[in-house]
Design a protein around this ligand. Structure first.
Ligand SMILES: Cc1ncc(COP(=O)(O)O)c(C=O)c1O
Ligand SMILES: N[C@@H](CCSC[C@H](N)C(=O)O)C(=O)O
Length: 399
């Protein structure tokens, strides 16, 4: 039996069949392909329908995602747009109530249009999910750990129940936070998608998304929409993503190691930190039971919007930036930035704290990052430094 290559090898080992044996897959920066005859299209005719650079990327992504079919599109939101076009008018859809703000925005738009019947529920409450899914539920949208509250969804339990009782319900999983390195969602879900803008590319220089499935029927339907709407990833962006993928494993390893160190430091000074790699996380064991790591995003509250603003704006190495997965460390206030598309009333209903700070850790030196945070925390007055250099939280005042 041939031993399967490890993901870290598959990321850099990208064989291609270039006629000149180029070490790096060539970039086919072309819109059209000449045909042998009017009736013989050949493999490619038009880049919206297919392009060799995109095919190279898609076959690598399929292998990484343990999928039979993978498609590269022009953003993570395009993935959701394509998938949502498979929903038939009036179909009931269940979605988590702590999904990424843009996901909430598009699904809510479709609901208000009357295209879908959407129920937002707390999908980290497994009992509630099992009670809420019925024969009318055609799609369920899940994400874990959630962004930005870092709550864990019991994907294996939910999948087992749905597959046994409602095999026609399509389980869609957004794996942006974990990447194929830490989780293979297709072991549990019918469709996996990821914003490749984040870790897969890793350098914040392209927008991209990936949709993967093991079902031929779903793959055909997804491809139809991608070709019909024209959201396939452009050749140059496909080429850049192929390059970014090569360092995913090494980047993510460093990002996680830094995050563990920073999460422990923040906890040690008295803050309550949301990170599934901390034993204090209420779902630490659950997360560990089906993921191979903890990721590189954490969040914490300060008890004061003003202090959160001073901390966020008071860092130097951390960029005040939306998004995550970049080699650079980023700091943000989700309610003002990435999740501002969720209105204030809904944020309140979903217990999304307005003072929440999200850290997305990069590959810099962890001690430099801690020093940067220390300076900003001291500036905000949230923490003090003792004569022996010990940092401690003063008190978490009310909002
Ligand atoms: C979890 C998650 N899914 C999907 C998206 C959408 O991806 P993109 O920005 O590439 O459209 C984002 C962020 O934007 C995200 O955080
Ligand atoms: N203005 C953008 C905000 C993008 S947020 C990107 C990312 N998913 C994150 O969580 O930071 C928008 O309106 O979508």
């Amino acid at each position: 039996m041939v031993k399967e290559l490890a993901l870290s090898t598959k990321l850099v080992y990208q064989p291609n069949d270039d006629i000149y044996n180029a070490s790096v897959a060539p970039l086919y920066q072309t819109t059209t392909f000449k045909q042998k005859s009017v009736s013989d299209l050949g493999q490619y005719d038009y880049t919206r329908s297919g392009n060799p650079t995109r095919t190279q990327l898609e076959s690598q992504l399929a292998s990484l995602m343990k999928a039979d079919h993978a498609y590269a599109v022009n953003s993570g939101m395009s993935c959701l747009d394509v998938i949502s076009r498979l929903i038939k008018q009036g179909d009931e859809v269940i979605a988590g109530d702590d999904l990424y703000g843009g996901t909430h925005r598009l699904l809510t738009f479709l609901h208000k249009n009357g295209s879908i019947k959407l129920k937002h529920i707390d999908t980290t409450n497994t009992e509630l999910v099992l009670k809420s899914v019925t024969a009318s539920t055609k799609f369920i949208f899940l994400e874990s750990p959630t962004n930005p509250l870092i709550k864990v969804v019991d994907l294996p339990a939910i999948s087992k129940y749905i597959r046994k009782n409602y095999p026609d319900c399509i389980i869609v999983f957004d794996n942006t936070m974990m990447t194929p390195l830490l989780l293979s969602p297709l072991d549990y879900a019918d469709i996996q998608y990821e914003s490749a803008t984040k870790y897969l590319n890793g350098h914040h220089d392209i927008m991209a998304g990936v949709i993967a499935t093991r079902s031929k029927k779903l793959a055909d339907d997804l491809f139809f929409v991608i070709n019909a709407t024209g959201c396939g990833l452009a050749p140059f962006d496909s080429w850049l993503l192929l390059r970014g993928l090569k360092t995913l494993s090494i980047r993510f390893e460093r990002q996680q190691a830094n995050t563990v160190k920073i999460a422990n430091w923040l906890e040690s000074i008295g803050l309550t930190v949301r990170y599934p790699g901390l034993k204090s996380h209420p779902q630490y064991e659950l997360h560990k039971s089906f993921n191979k790591g903890f990721g590189a995003v954490l969040s914490f509250e300060t008890g004061s919007i003003k202090k959160s603003e001073i901390i966020t704006e008071g860092t130097k190495i951390f960029g005040v930036t939306v998004s995550f997965g970049c080699v650079n460390s980023l700091i943000s206030m989700p309610c003002r930035m990435s999740h501002a598309s969720i209105d204030e009333k809904t944020r309140k209903e979903r217990n999304l704290p307005e003072d929440l700070i999200r850290l997305c850790i990069g590959i810099e030196d962890a001690d430099d990052l801690i020093d940067d945070l220390k300076t900003a925390l001291l500036k905000s007055g949230l923490v003090s430094e003792s004569s022996t250099g010990k940092i401690f939280v003063n008190s978490v005042s009310k909002l």
